[in-house]
Design a protein around this ligand. Structure first.
Ligand SMILES: NC(=O)c1ccc[n+]([C@@H]2O[C@H](COP(=O)([O-])OP(=O)(O)OC[C@H]3O[C@@H](n4cnc5c(N)ncnc54)[C@H](OP(=O)(O)O)[C@@H]3O)[C@@H](O)[C@H]2O)c1
Length: 257
Protein backbone atom coordinates (compact mmCIF):
# COMPACT_ATOMS: atom_id res chain seq x y z
CA UNK A 1 0.00 0.00 0.00
CA UNK A 2 1.31 3.50 -0.87
CA UNK A 3 2.70 5.46 2.08
CA UNK A 4 0.32 8.21 3.12
CA UNK A 5 1.63 11.80 3.02
CA UNK A 6 2.71 13.43 6.27
CA UNK A 7 0.77 16.55 7.27
CA UNK A 8 2.73 19.73 8.02
CA UNK A 9 0.15 21.35 10.29
CA UNK A 10 -0.13 25.12 10.03
CA UNK A 11 -3.87 25.59 10.74
CA UNK A 12 -4.64 23.90 14.01
CA UNK A 13 -7.74 23.46 16.18
CA UNK A 14 -7.13 22.65 19.85
CA UNK A 15 -10.10 21.36 21.83
CA UNK A 16 -9.32 21.83 25.49
CA UNK A 17 -6.61 24.41 24.77
CA UNK A 18 -6.08 25.31 28.44
CA UNK A 19 -4.95 21.79 29.37
CA UNK A 20 -1.28 21.70 30.35
CA UNK A 21 -0.51 19.03 27.74
CA UNK A 22 -2.36 21.02 25.05
CA UNK A 23 -0.42 24.18 25.87
CA UNK A 24 2.91 22.36 25.68
CA UNK A 25 1.89 20.76 22.37
CA UNK A 26 0.79 24.11 20.90
CA UNK A 27 4.14 25.68 21.78
CA UNK A 28 6.01 22.80 20.20
CA UNK A 29 3.86 22.94 17.05
CA UNK A 30 4.67 26.64 16.83
CA UNK A 31 8.42 26.07 17.32
CA UNK A 32 8.37 23.45 14.57
CA UNK A 33 6.06 25.32 12.19
CA UNK A 34 7.96 28.60 12.49
CA UNK A 35 6.99 32.09 13.65
CA UNK A 36 4.39 33.75 11.42
CA UNK A 37 3.41 30.37 9.92
CA UNK A 38 1.05 28.68 12.36
CA UNK A 39 -2.55 29.70 13.12
CA UNK A 40 -4.61 28.35 16.00
CA UNK A 41 -8.29 28.05 16.82
CA UNK A 42 -8.41 27.47 20.57
CA UNK A 43 -11.43 26.10 22.41
CA UNK A 44 -11.81 25.87 26.20
CA UNK A 45 -14.46 26.70 28.74
CA UNK A 46 -12.66 29.28 30.90
CA UNK A 47 -12.40 32.52 28.86
CA UNK A 48 -9.73 34.03 31.14
CA UNK A 49 -7.41 31.03 30.98
CA UNK A 50 -8.09 30.83 27.26
CA UNK A 51 -7.04 34.48 26.79
CA UNK A 52 -3.79 33.79 28.61
CA UNK A 53 -3.01 30.79 26.38
CA UNK A 54 -3.91 32.76 23.23
CA UNK A 55 -1.70 35.70 24.26
CA UNK A 56 1.20 33.37 25.02
CA UNK A 57 0.99 31.88 21.51
CA UNK A 58 0.72 35.35 19.93
CA UNK A 59 3.83 36.46 21.84
CA UNK A 60 5.67 33.38 20.59
CA UNK A 61 4.89 34.32 16.98
CA UNK A 62 1.66 32.58 16.00
CA UNK A 63 0.31 33.94 12.73
CA UNK A 64 -3.25 34.21 14.10
CA UNK A 65 -5.04 32.97 17.18
CA UNK A 66 -8.82 32.77 17.52
CA UNK A 67 -10.35 31.92 20.90
CA UNK A 68 -13.73 30.24 21.35
CA UNK A 69 -15.06 29.74 24.88
CA UNK A 70 -17.50 26.88 25.40
CA UNK A 71 -18.20 23.91 27.62
CA UNK A 72 -17.37 20.96 25.36
CA UNK A 73 -19.95 18.82 27.16
CA UNK A 74 -22.49 20.80 25.14
CA UNK A 75 -22.47 18.49 22.12
CA UNK A 76 -25.40 20.38 20.52
CA UNK A 77 -23.03 23.29 19.92
CA UNK A 78 -20.15 21.27 18.45
CA UNK A 79 -21.06 21.62 14.77
CA UNK A 80 -21.40 25.40 15.00
CA UNK A 81 -18.08 25.74 16.83
CA UNK A 82 -16.21 23.49 14.36
CA UNK A 83 -17.74 25.30 11.37
CA UNK A 84 -16.46 28.56 12.92
CA UNK A 85 -13.02 26.96 13.25
CA UNK A 86 -12.97 25.91 9.58
CA UNK A 87 -14.09 29.41 8.57
CA UNK A 88 -11.55 31.23 10.79
CA UNK A 89 -8.61 29.04 9.66
CA UNK A 90 -9.68 28.71 6.01
CA UNK A 91 -8.80 25.00 6.25
CA UNK A 92 -8.12 22.74 9.24
CA UNK A 93 -4.84 20.79 8.93
CA UNK A 94 -4.88 19.29 12.39
CA UNK A 95 -7.21 18.95 15.36
CA UNK A 96 -6.01 17.99 18.84
CA UNK A 97 -8.63 16.65 21.26
CA UNK A 98 -6.98 17.40 24.58
CA UNK A 99 -9.53 17.84 27.35
CA UNK A 100 -10.70 15.44 30.01
CA UNK A 101 -11.53 14.90 33.65
CA UNK A 102 -10.10 12.36 36.07
CA UNK A 103 -13.21 12.26 38.26
CA UNK A 104 -13.31 10.73 41.73
CA UNK A 105 -13.27 6.93 41.49
CA UNK A 106 -14.49 6.31 45.05
CA UNK A 107 -17.35 8.81 44.77
CA UNK A 108 -18.34 7.44 41.34
CA UNK A 109 -18.61 3.93 42.84
CA UNK A 110 -21.35 5.28 45.10
CA UNK A 111 -23.10 7.59 42.65
CA UNK A 112 -23.48 6.48 39.02
CA UNK A 113 -24.30 10.06 38.01
CA UNK A 114 -20.71 11.02 38.84
CA UNK A 115 -19.45 8.19 36.64
CA UNK A 116 -21.81 9.36 33.90
CA UNK A 117 -20.27 12.86 34.05
CA UNK A 118 -16.84 11.32 33.43
CA UNK A 119 -18.16 9.24 30.51
CA UNK A 120 -19.81 12.36 29.07
CA UNK A 121 -16.69 14.57 29.16
CA UNK A 122 -14.12 11.90 28.29
CA UNK A 123 -16.09 9.89 25.74
CA UNK A 124 -19.49 11.16 24.56
CA UNK A 125 -18.23 14.70 24.01
CA UNK A 126 -15.01 13.78 22.15
CA UNK A 127 -16.95 11.15 20.18
CA UNK A 128 -19.20 13.91 18.85
CA UNK A 129 -16.25 16.16 17.90
CA UNK A 130 -14.32 13.27 16.38
CA UNK A 131 -17.28 12.34 14.17
CA UNK A 132 -17.51 15.87 12.73
CA UNK A 133 -13.74 16.17 12.30
CA UNK A 134 -13.37 12.74 10.70
CA UNK A 135 -15.99 13.59 8.08
CA UNK A 136 -14.36 17.00 7.48
CA UNK A 137 -10.88 15.50 7.00
CA UNK A 138 -12.19 12.60 4.93
CA UNK A 139 -13.99 15.12 2.68
CA UNK A 140 -10.64 16.87 2.07
CA UNK A 141 -8.63 13.59 1.86
CA UNK A 142 -6.07 15.05 4.26
CA UNK A 143 -5.56 16.19 7.84
CA UNK A 144 -4.42 14.95 11.20
CA UNK A 145 -6.84 14.05 13.98
CA UNK A 146 -4.90 13.63 17.23
CA UNK A 147 -6.75 12.38 20.32
CA UNK A 148 -5.35 12.24 23.84
CA UNK A 149 -6.47 9.09 25.62
CA UNK A 150 -4.54 7.42 28.47
CA UNK A 151 -2.73 4.24 29.44
CA UNK A 152 -5.60 3.88 31.93
CA UNK A 153 -7.79 2.72 29.03
CA UNK A 154 -5.64 -0.36 28.41
CA UNK A 155 -6.90 -2.37 31.38
CA UNK A 156 -9.49 -1.73 34.09
CA UNK A 157 -8.01 -1.36 37.57
CA UNK A 158 -9.83 -0.84 40.86
CA UNK A 159 -8.16 2.54 41.46
CA UNK A 160 -9.49 4.24 38.32
CA UNK A 161 -11.76 2.02 36.24
CA UNK A 162 -14.40 4.73 35.64
CA UNK A 163 -11.83 7.05 34.05
CA UNK A 164 -10.22 3.99 32.41
CA UNK A 165 -13.53 2.87 30.89
CA UNK A 166 -14.10 6.32 29.35
CA UNK A 167 -10.63 6.19 27.76
CA UNK A 168 -11.03 2.55 26.66
CA UNK A 169 -14.20 3.49 24.79
CA UNK A 170 -12.31 6.38 23.18
CA UNK A 171 -9.52 3.98 22.12
CA UNK A 172 -11.95 1.67 20.33
CA UNK A 173 -13.69 4.57 18.60
CA UNK A 174 -10.39 6.04 17.38
CA UNK A 175 -9.02 2.64 16.26
CA UNK A 176 -12.19 1.91 14.30
CA UNK A 177 -12.19 5.37 12.78
CA UNK A 178 -8.57 4.96 11.64
CA UNK A 179 -9.52 1.68 10.00
CA UNK A 180 -12.23 3.63 8.14
CA UNK A 181 -10.34 6.73 6.98
CA UNK A 182 -6.55 6.17 7.08
CA UNK A 183 -6.64 5.07 3.45
CA UNK A 184 -8.24 8.39 2.44
CA UNK A 185 -5.05 10.21 3.50
CA UNK A 186 -6.12 11.21 7.02
CA UNK A 187 -3.83 10.51 9.97
CA UNK A 188 -5.75 9.35 13.05
CA UNK A 189 -3.36 9.50 16.00
CA UNK A 190 -4.15 8.00 19.40
CA UNK A 191 -1.99 9.33 22.25
CA UNK A 192 -1.65 7.34 25.46
CA UNK A 193 0.27 9.24 28.13
CA UNK A 194 1.19 7.73 31.47
CA UNK A 195 1.41 9.99 34.54
CA UNK A 196 1.96 13.64 33.61
CA UNK A 197 2.58 16.49 36.06
CA UNK A 198 -0.45 18.67 35.27
CA UNK A 199 -3.32 20.20 37.29
CA UNK A 200 -5.26 16.94 36.70
CA UNK A 201 -2.76 15.00 38.84
CA UNK A 202 -1.83 17.82 41.25
CA UNK A 203 -3.34 15.87 44.18
CA UNK A 204 -1.11 12.82 43.58
CA UNK A 205 2.40 12.48 45.05
CA UNK A 206 4.90 12.99 42.23
CA UNK A 207 7.09 9.92 41.60
CA UNK A 208 9.75 8.93 39.07
CA UNK A 209 7.07 7.76 36.61
CA UNK A 210 5.77 11.32 36.16
CA UNK A 211 6.61 13.13 32.92
CA UNK A 212 6.55 16.87 32.30
CA UNK A 213 3.93 18.25 29.87
CA UNK A 214 6.77 19.63 27.69
CA UNK A 215 8.07 16.11 27.04
CA UNK A 216 4.57 14.89 26.19
CA UNK A 217 4.01 17.86 23.84
CA UNK A 218 7.29 17.10 22.06
CA UNK A 219 6.28 13.42 21.79
CA UNK A 220 2.91 14.33 20.28
CA UNK A 221 4.52 16.55 17.64
CA UNK A 222 7.05 13.80 16.82
CA UNK A 223 4.18 11.34 16.38
CA UNK A 224 2.44 13.73 13.97
CA UNK A 225 5.68 14.19 12.00
CA UNK A 226 6.23 10.43 11.80
CA UNK A 227 2.60 9.75 10.91
CA UNK A 228 2.20 7.34 13.81
CA UNK A 229 -1.09 5.59 14.61
CA UNK A 230 -0.75 5.09 18.38
CA UNK A 231 1.91 6.37 20.74
CA UNK A 232 2.60 5.72 24.40
CA UNK A 233 4.24 8.74 26.03
CA UNK A 234 6.86 8.40 27.34
CA UNK A 235 7.54 5.29 25.25
CA UNK A 236 8.36 2.97 28.18
CA UNK A 237 4.62 2.85 28.97
CA UNK A 238 4.15 0.56 25.98
CA UNK A 239 6.25 -2.06 27.77
CA UNK A 240 4.62 -1.40 31.15
CA UNK A 241 1.12 -1.73 29.71
CA UNK A 242 2.09 -4.83 27.72
CA UNK A 243 3.07 -6.43 31.03
CA UNK A 244 -0.09 -5.19 32.80
CA UNK A 245 -2.26 -6.57 29.97
CA UNK A 246 -0.37 -9.89 30.03
CA UNK A 247 -1.30 -10.74 33.63
CA UNK A 248 -3.97 -13.48 33.48
CA UNK A 249 -7.42 -12.44 34.74
CA UNK A 250 -7.48 -14.99 37.56
CA UNK A 251 -4.30 -13.39 39.01
CA UNK A 252 -5.14 -9.80 38.09
CA UNK A 253 -8.39 -9.79 40.06
CA UNK A 254 -6.45 -10.27 43.32
CA UNK A 255 -3.91 -7.49 42.71
CA UNK A 256 -4.25 -4.09 44.39
CA UNK A 257 -3.84 -1.77 41.42
N1 LIG B 1 -2.12 14.30 33.55
C1 LIG B 1 -2.04 13.00 33.36
O1 LIG B 1 -1.40 12.25 34.14
C2 LIG B 1 -2.70 12.37 32.15
C3 LIG B 1 -2.37 11.04 31.85
C4 LIG B 1 -2.97 10.43 30.74
C5 LIG B 1 -3.86 11.14 29.99
N2 LIG B 1 -4.17 12.45 30.31
C6 LIG B 1 -5.16 13.13 29.47
O2 LIG B 1 -4.55 14.30 28.92
C7 LIG B 1 -5.60 15.23 28.59
C8 LIG B 1 -5.18 16.60 29.09
O3 LIG B 1 -5.13 16.60 30.51
P1 LIG B 1 -4.00 17.36 31.35
O4 LIG B 1 -3.18 16.34 32.02
O5 LIG B 1 -3.33 18.35 30.46
O6 LIG B 1 -4.84 18.04 32.50
P2 LIG B 1 -5.34 19.53 32.75
O7 LIG B 1 -4.23 20.51 32.58
O8 LIG B 1 -6.04 19.47 34.05
O9 LIG B 1 -6.36 19.75 31.56
C9 LIG B 1 -7.66 19.24 31.53
C10 LIG B 1 -8.42 20.23 30.68
O10 LIG B 1 -9.70 19.71 30.34
C11 LIG B 1 -10.57 20.80 30.35
N3 LIG B 1 -11.95 20.37 30.45
C12 LIG B 1 -12.50 19.51 31.33
N4 LIG B 1 -13.82 19.38 31.09
C13 LIG B 1 -14.10 20.21 30.05
C14 LIG B 1 -15.29 20.54 29.35
N5 LIG B 1 -16.47 19.99 29.68
N6 LIG B 1 -15.22 21.42 28.33
C15 LIG B 1 -14.04 21.98 27.99
N7 LIG B 1 -12.88 21.71 28.60
C16 LIG B 1 -12.91 20.84 29.63
C17 LIG B 1 -10.13 21.60 31.56
O11 LIG B 1 -10.66 22.90 31.48
P3 LIG B 1 -10.92 23.79 32.81
O12 LIG B 1 -9.59 24.41 33.12
O13 LIG B 1 -11.95 24.77 32.36
O14 LIG B 1 -11.40 22.85 33.88
C18 LIG B 1 -8.62 21.57 31.39
O15 LIG B 1 -8.17 22.58 30.51
C19 LIG B 1 -6.88 14.67 29.21
O16 LIG B 1 -7.62 14.00 28.20
C20 LIG B 1 -6.37 13.64 30.20
O17 LIG B 1 -7.34 12.62 30.43
C21 LIG B 1 -3.60 13.07 31.37
Amino acid sequence: MAKQPVIDPKRIVILGATSAIAQATARRLLEKGGAGEVSFFLVARDPYKLDAVANDLRTRGARAVTSYAMDLDNTEAHAEMLSSAAFALGMIDMALVAYGVLGNQRAAEMDPRLAEAVYRTNFLSPASLITWLANYFEGHSRGCLAVISSVAGDRGRQSNYVYGASKAALNVLVDGLRNRIDRTGVQVLLIKPGFVATPMTAHLPRGPLFAEPRAIGAGIVRAVENRRDTVYLPGFWRVVMFMVKSVPGFLFKNLNM
